[in-house]
Ligand binder design. Structure first.
Ligand code: ZN
Length: 98
């Protein structure tokens, strides 16, 4: 514990995890573990489950926007994966440039 984040961010994070499940990116153990994180939080996982969770979900997390180096909020994380790693604003600007 000790990671202090707001309820709103928590919901956005859960929405991101739910998007991965809904779009069929996770399967088997990874899907089950991710569902557990949504309901019970990451602290409910064993260290082995955390490893599986981070390994599978980590593939879909963009740390930095590829266009502007911006921080990507959880609410835009799935879209960022989908559009090649850009935040909403940059994705929008990029479309305008074309
Ligand atoms: Zn950006």
């Amino acid at each position: 514990m000790g990671f202090n984040y707001s309820m709103e961010e928590d919901n956005d994070y859960n929405d991101f995890l739910q998007s991965l499940i809904d779009n069929g990116h996770l399967e088997g153990a990874a899907e089950g573990i991710t569902k557990k994180v949504i309901v019970e939080g990451i602290d409910s996982l064993s260290s082995k489950q955390k490893w599986t969770f981070q390994k599978n979900v980590g593939e879909y997390i963009t740390v930095e926007c590829t266009r502007g180096g911006c921080d990507i909020p959880w609410s835009e994380m799935y879209e960022a994966y989908d559009n090649g790693g850009m935040c909403n604003w940059c994705a929008h600007m990029d479309t305008k440039d074309d």
